[in-house]
Design a protein around this ligand. Structure first.
Ligand code: MSP
Length: 650
C-alpha cells in the first residue's frame, strides 16, 4: 500500500441494499476500518468512505416485489447498514448514498464530459444481461445463457443504448498496470485481470431504457445511466469532486479501493477507463480480498444460511468478532466460517493467550509488588530477549498491515503475547517471591507490563474497545501519550502506577451443549484429576472397605507447586495445570475451574497423587491427580504451604 503522502483515502464497495448485510460484507468494512485506524495512529489524515449502491434493475424489482417504492424500501435497509457499522465500531468519515443529489450531479457531469469528447456514443444493444450482478455479457462470454460470475440465467436485452468506447483505452490500461505493479493486488488478481484485458475489450453499454430506477442521462430522454458507471463514481463524489475542490485535491487519487474478488474487474477495467476518459488520475491500488465461505459454499439468502454479524456481536462482543474476521482471511485467499472455529479462536487467542497474560500479570503485580508497576532492576539476558522481540514485532506488524495482511499482523503481535506467557512460566515469579528476590520480581513484572502496553497499542486498529479496558487496568488511562503508536519504544511505561485488576478482558465462551452434558453427569463419583466434574459433588456416603497399610503405601503422594494454570477449552470445569515436583514438571487436568481461577492457583502448593495411571482428558494427558476435599458447598485443594516441594505425604 503506497504511503508517501500525509493524507490517506480508503474506500469499501458501496453495498447493494437488496437485503441485509452478512459477515462477508462485514469483513470488507472491518478490514478498511482497521487500516483507517492504523493510518490515523501513524499520523495520516484519513478519509474512509463507505455507502450504499441504490440504483438498478435489481433494486427496483426487489422493491416492487415487496409492494414498495424503491426509496421507501431502500431507506429501511440503509438504516440497517448504518446500525451494523455502528455496532462494529466502524470509523467511516462519510456514508454515501447514490440516490443523493450530490452524487447524481457528479455522475451526470462525468457522463456528459465523456460524451462531449466523443467517447460515449449512441447505438443499438443486443446481448445478455445478468440482473443480480447488473452485468452485460456477450454471446461469446455466456454461451450457456448463464452468468459466468454467479451462474444464474441471463436475460436477452435489445434496446437503444449509449456505449462507452472502452476498446480505445485497452492498451493504455495494460501499460498502466505494467508500470504500476502495486495497482492491482494481490498479484494473483493482477494476472487474472491482465489476461482478461488481453483478450480484448468491447465497448460497454452504459445506459438502459427498460426501467427507470437510475440517474437520467442528462441529454438522452428515457435513458438511465448503467448502475456500475453510477456506482463507481461514488468514489469521487464522496470526497467532494464538484462541491469541495480542496477536499478532492487532498484525497484524490484514492490510496486503496478495498473490494471483494468478484468485483475486481469493475474496479480495474471499467473504473480506470472512466477516469482516463474524464482526465482524472487513477487510484493507487485496488485490493481484491477473498471470500468468507461456509462449509456448504457461499452464503446466500436463498439458501437461508446467511450469518448475521449483529447476532455474533451480541453473543461474543465486537472486538472478538473483528479479531476473528481479520485473523481468518489470509491475503487474497478465501476463508471458511464456522461458529465452532470462531469460539475456539476466541477462547484460545483472546481468553487464554491475551486475557490470561493480562490477568496473571496484574494478579502478580498486586501480590508481589504492592499493586504498583515496579521500577525494574538490571535486565538479565532473558529479559533483554523480550525487549528485543518487542522491538522486532513492531516493524513486522507494520509491514503486514501495510500489505493488508491482517492475519499475519495479528500473528506477529501474538508472538510477543506467547513469549510473555512462556516468560512467566520460565521466570516463575512465585519461586522468586519465596526466595525473596524482589529485584528479579520487579524486573519481570515491569517487562510484562510494558509488553502488555505494546501489545495493546498494536491491537488498537483491530480491536477498538480493548485499549481503554487495558489502560484502566494498567493505571494509565489518562496518559494518552502512552497509548500512541509513536510511544512504541521500550520503557515508556512509568513505574509507580497503581494497577486496577478488572473483570476478564475476554471471558471464555462455554459451549452450551458441553455445559448441558456436564450438568447431566454432575454427581457421579470419580477422582478430581480424572473426572473433575464430580469434585463439586458431595462425596458418596458409602463406606469403603478397609485396606492394609501396604495398600495405602502404594500411593505415591507428593507435595508439588503449581507453575502454570489455564482453563481447558470448551470445558467449564477443567483446568490444565503444570506442576513442579522438584525433580520434574507434570501436566495434570483438574476439575476445579468453578472453584479456583487459574491465577489463584499459580504458586500454590498442592498434594499430588503422582503414580496414578496417566489418562487423556479433552485431548490432554493428565499425569497425576491433585487432592481436594469437598462438601456440598466448597471444594478446597489440599495446600501444605510450609513443606518443601517434593516432600512425601504419608
Ligand atoms: N454494489 C456493488 C459494489 C459497487 S462498488 C462501486 C456490490 N455490492 S454487494 O453488496 O453485492 O457486495 C459488496 C462487497 O461485499 C463486494 O466486495 C463483495 O465481494 C463483498 N462480499 C459479498 N459476500 C462476501 C463474502 N461472503 N465474503 C467476503 N466478501 C463478500 O457488489
Amino acid at each position: 500500500m503506497p504511503a508517501e503522502k500525509g493524507s490517506f483515502y480508503i474506500t469499501t464497495p458501496i453495498y447493494y441494499p437488496s437485503s441485509a448485510l452478512h459477515i462477508g460484507h462485514a469483513y470488507t468494512t472491518v478490514a478498511a476500518d482497521a487500516i483507517s485506524r492504523y493510518k490515523r495512529m501513524r499520523g495520516f489524515e484519513v478519509f474512509f468512505l463507505t455507502g450504499s449502491d441504490e440504483h438498478g434493475q435489481k433494486i427496483e424489482r426487489t422493491a416492487v416485489s415487496q409492494g414498495m417504492k424503491p426509496i421507501e424500501y431502500i431507506d429501511r435497509i440503509v438504516e440497517g447498514f448504518k446500525t451494523l457499522w455502528k455496532a462494529l465500531e466502524i470509523s467511516n468519515d462519510d456514508f454515501i448514498r447514490t440516490t443523493e443529489d450530490r452524487h447524481q450531479r457528479v455522475v451526470q457531469e462525468i457522463f456528459k464530459r465523456i460524451y462531449e469528447q466523443g467517447d460515449i456514443y449512441k447505438s443499438q444493444y443486443e446481448g445478455w444481461y445478468c440482473t443480480p450482478c447488473e452485468t452485460f455479457w456477450t454471446e461469446r462470454q455466456a454461451p450457456e445463457k448463464v452468468c459466468p460470475d454467479c451462474g444464474r440465467p441471463v436475460e436477452l436485452l435489445q434496446e437503444e443504448s449509449y456505449f462507452f468506447r472502452m476498446s480505445k483505452y485497452a492498451d493504455r490500461l495494460l501499460q498502466h498496470i505494467e508500470q504500476h505493479p502495486e495497482f492491482i493486488q494481490p498479484v494473483s488478481r493482477r494476472n487474472e485481470m491482465v489476461n482478461f484485458i488481453k483478450q480484448g475489450l468491447e465497448d460497454l453499454c452504459v445506459s438502459r431504457t427498460t426501467f427507470q430506477w437510475g440517474i437520467p442521462v442528462p441529454f438522452g430522454e428515457g435513458h438511465v445511466i448503467y448502475v456500475w458507471f453510477d456506482a463507481l463514481t461514488n468514489y469521487i463524489t464522496g470526497i467532494g469532486y464538484l462541491d469541495n475542490p480542496e477536499l478532492f485535491k487532498k484525497f484524490w487519487p484514492a490510496d486503496v479501493h478495498l473490494v471483494g474478488k468478484d468485483i475486481v474487474r469493475f474496479h480495474t477495467v471499467i473504473w480506470p477507463i472512466i477516469l482516463m476518459a474524464a482526465g482524472l488520475e487513477l487510484p493507487r491500488q485496488v485490493y481484491g480480498h477473498g471470500w468468507i465461505l461456509l462449509e456448504g459454499g457461499k452464503m446466500s439468502k436463498s439458501k437461508g444460511n446467511v450469518i448475521d454479524p449483529l447476532v455474533l456481536i451480541d453473543k461474543y462482543g465486537v472486538d472478538a468478532v473483528r479479531y476473528y474476521l481479520l485473523k481468518e482471511l489470509l491475503p487474497g485467499l478465501d476463508g471458511y466460517y464456522t461458529e465452532e472455529a470462531m469460539v475456539t479462536r476466541i477462547n484460545t487467542d483472546l481468553a487464554n493467550d491475551l486475557g490470561n497474560l493480562v490477568s496473571r500479570t496484574l494478579a502478580m503485580v498486586e501480590r508481589y509488588c504492592g499493586g504498583a508497576v515496579p521500577v525494574p532492576a538490571e535486565y538479565s539476558e532473558v529479559d533483554q530477549e523480550l525487549v528485543t522481540l518487542a522491538a522486532r514485532v513492531v516493524p513486522d506488524t507494520e509491514q503486514h498491515i501495510e500489505r493488508l495482511d491482517f492475519s499475519n499482523a495479528l500473528a506477529s503481535i501474538w508472538k510477543l503475547v506467547a513469549r510473555c506467557n512462556k516468560y512467566i512460566d520460565e521466570m516463575a515469579p512465585w519461586n522468586l517471591a519465596k526466595e525473596g528476590r524482589q529485584d528479579r520480581i520487579d524486573t519481570v513484572m515491569y517487562v510484562l507490563a510494558e509488553c502488555i502496553r505494546q501489545v495493546t497499542i498494536q491491537c488498537t486498529p483491530f480491536m477498538p474497545l480493548l485499549p481503554d479496558k487495558v489502560w484502566l487496568q494498567l493505571g494509565i488511562e489518562g496518559q494518552k501519550e502512552l497509548h500512541s503508536w509513536d510511544s512504541l519504544n521500550w520503557g515508556r511505561l512509568p513505574a509507580g502506577m497503581k494497577v486496577k485488576r478488572g473483570s476478564s478482558l475476554f471471558p471464555r465462551i462455554v459451549d452450551e451443549e458441553d455445559q448441558k452434558k456436564t450438568d447431566k453427569e454432575k454427581g457421579k463419583s470419580r477422582p478430581a484429576a480424572e473426572a473433575p466434574k464430580e469434585t463439586a459433588a458431595p462425596p458418596a456416603p458409602a463406606e469403603k472397605p478397609r485396606i492394609s497399610y501396604d495398600d495405602f503405601a502404594k500411593l505415591d503422594l507428593r507435595v508439588a507447586q503449581v507453575a502454570e494454570a489455564k482453563r481447558v477449552e470448551k470445558a467449564d470445569r477443567l483446568l490444565e495445570l503444570k506442576v513442579d515436583l522438584g525433580t520434574e514438571t507434570r501436566t495434570i487436568v483438574a476439575g476445579i475451574a468453578q472453584h479456583y481461577a487459574p491465577e489463584d492457583l499459580v504458586g500454590k502448593k498442592i498434594v499430588l497423587l503422582a503414580n496414578l495411571e496417566p489418562s487423556k482428558i479433552r485431548g490432554i494427558t493428565s499425569n497425576g491427580m491433585l487432592l481436594a476435599a469437598s462438601d456440598d458447598q466448597v471444594v478446597e485443594v489440599l495446600n501444605p504451604e510450609r513443606v518443601e516441594v517434593g516432600s512425601r505425604v504419608k
